[in-house]
Design a protein around this ligand. Structure first.
Ligand code: DX5
Ligand code: ZN
Length: 228
C-alpha cells in the first residue's frame, strides 16, 4: 500500500499565528509542511522567504518542510533555503536557465530536489534529469494563489508521471498542488499522486471555534485515501 502524505500549504494559514497553526496541523496528522515562496515576478503575488522557514525551525518544528519556489531566477536563493532548514526544494523549469545545474545545487546543499509542472508545462523537462530528482510536483492550478479550482487535465498528467516514475525505478515522490479537497483526494490518489498539498482545503474550511478543526479535515482526507 502506498504511503500517502498530506502536506498542508501554510499559504492559507493565519500568518499572525503561524507557529501555532503549524503545530496544530502536524498534531492533527499532517506529514509535511508545504511552504509557498512567491516573488511577484515569476508569479503575481508575494509571500514568504527563508527567514520564515528558519523561524519555524527555531519554533521547534521538526517535520519535513517542502519549499515550493515560484521564483525566477532560482539559483541565488537555493542555499539560503537550505540553511534555513528546508527539506525539499522544488522549482519550476521556467524559473531556471539551467535546470540540471539547479537540481544539482539543491542536492549539494543537502536538500531533496524537485521539478514543478504548471498546467501547460510539458513533462519533457524530465528527460535526462530523472536521476537528479526526488519529487515531481504537478500543479492542478496556475501558480500564484490559494483557493483556485482543480484543473481536471492534471489527472492525465499524474497518470503520465506515475508511469515515468515507475518505469525509471527511481524513488521519486509525486505531489499534487492546487484545489485538493476531501471530495477529490481519492480520485487524485488513484491517478498516481502520493503526496497531497492542500491549503484552503485544510485551513480554509476550518471553524475557528472548533478546537479539533484540523483533526476533522485531515481525518476525512485519510478516510478517503484508505479507500484507494
Ligand atoms: C498555489 C500554491 C498552492 C496553494 C494551494 O500557487 O502553490 O500550494 O497554496 O492552495 P489550495 O489548496 O487552496 O488550492
Ligand atoms: Zn505550492
Amino acid at each position: 500500500m502506498t504511503d500517502f502524505k498530506i502536506a498542508p500549504s501554510i499559504l492559507s494559514a493565519d500568518f499572525a499565528k503561524l507557529g501555532d497553526e503549524v503545530d496544530k496541523v502536524l498534531a492533527a496528522g499532517a506529514d509535511i509542511v508545504h511552504f509557498d515562496v512567491m516573488d511577484n515576478h515569476y508569479v503575481p503575488n508575494l509571500t514568504i522567504g527563508p527567514l520564515v522557514c528558519e523561524a519555524l525551525r527555531k519554533h521547534g518544528m521538526t517535520a519535513d518542510i517542502d519549499v515550493h519556489m515560484m521564483v525566477k531566477p532560482v539559483d541565488r536563493i537555493i542555499p539560503d533555503f537550505a540553511k534555513a532548514g528546508a527539506t525539499y526544494i522544488t522549482f519550476h523549469p521556467e524559473g531556471s536557465e539551467h535546470i540540471d545545474r539547479s537540481l544539482q545545487l539543491i542536492r549539494e546543499q543537502g536538500c531533496k530536489s524537485g521539478l514543478v509542472f504548471n498546467p501547460s508545462t510539458p513533462l519533457s523537462h524530465l528527460d535526462y534529469v530523472l536521476d537528479k530528482i526526488d519529487m515531481i510536483l504537478v500543479m492542478s492550478v496556475n501558480p500564484g494563489f490559494g483557493g483556485q479550482s482543480f484543473i481536471p487535465a492534471a489527472m492525465d498528467k499524474l497518470r503520465a508521471c506515475r508511469k515515468i516514475i515507475d518505469d525509471s525505478g527511481f524513488d521519486i515522490c509525486l505531489e499534487i498542488d492546487g484545489g485538493v479537497k476531501v471530495d477529490n483526494i481519492r480520485e487524485i490518489a488513484e491517478a498516481g499522486a502520493d503526496t497531497f498539498v492542500a491549503g484552503s482545503g485544510i485551513f480554509g474550511n476550518a471553524q475557528e471555534s472548533d478546537p479539533n478543526r484540523y483533526d476533522t479535515i485531515i481525518g476525512q482526507m485519510r478516510a478517503a485515501l484508505a479507500k484507494v
